[in-house]
Design a protein around this ligand. Sequence first.
Ligand code: P6P
Length: 322
Amino acid sequence: HAADTFRTDLMTITRHVLNEQSRHPESRGDLTILLSHIVLGCKFVASAVNKAGLAKLTGLAGETNVQGEEQKKLDVLSNEVFVNALVSSGRTCVLVSEEDEKATFVDPKLRGKYCVCFDPLDGSSNIDCGVSIGTIFGIYMIKNQDTVTLEEVLQPGKDMIAAGYCMYGSSCTLVLSTGNGVNGFTLDPSLGEFIMTHPDIKIPPKGKIYSVNEGNAKNWDTPTAKYVEKCKYPTDGSSPKSLRYIGSMVADVHRTLLYGGIFLYPADKKSPSGKLRVMYEVFPMSFLMEEAGGQSFTGKGRSLDLIPTDIHERSPIFLGSS
Ligand code: P6P
């Protein structure tokens, strides 16, 4: 056997995506090219996030984004990186970003058949204290790239063909599904490659963790309050669940995916539609959860069945073990 220190048959994300492509003989490789550009964006942001503390990139950029939140320089930088990577891939025709009020319609000369909805740096309020943050993305196919309209972008999440997130924390982990299960990859900075470290992720069917911002308890509606109460004071003789809440969706969902349990951001009196955004937070995370054998609801139905009417629409979300 070759020495264990040097595995010589590395499954990189590029190789994995090519393997997936070979399952679709009719494919021209457009998704493979698109994903390779998203991976490049993640590597760039990982490098910037790692340097942020030193390079004082975490200071406020002075501008505020469509959410009315103060934009940190890393937000601005990450958004520009992903917009440039996605446009230059030549495989996208429309982009929806958490940072941009309007959808970006790509120059017709550079268009491809995909729509990408993304949050370039979710949880960015946590940057300064070193809590893990992340990029979240979802990919749709567009029927006619030359005449694409906003109506075509507002599709239910179940029409997505791929989704993923990249978590920038103690290590840089990219979790991806192209509709055939979920796989996790960890960036090896010495190679600049994402290596498969979590093949075929399945969420544990039973979880001992619930993840919610208990600080909103005063404003919850009765069903939510009742559900959380049951987590803390189970009536079926099981032991109480543990509370784990990081306040960064990518980190909370990643832990839920690997350890099981439930993550919820319910509606409350302050935010009647909850806080999380449908197109680039709820849909991609729900797509991944279902691909990993979990589930995701809005409180009114299956999250992926929701038909958005606005690109920055919010929805309550309850996702995790089935
Ligand atoms: P709260 C971060 O700002 C974010 O958008 C998600 O990443 C996270 O899950 C949520 O908001 C946390 O919100 O109200 O609990 O601070």
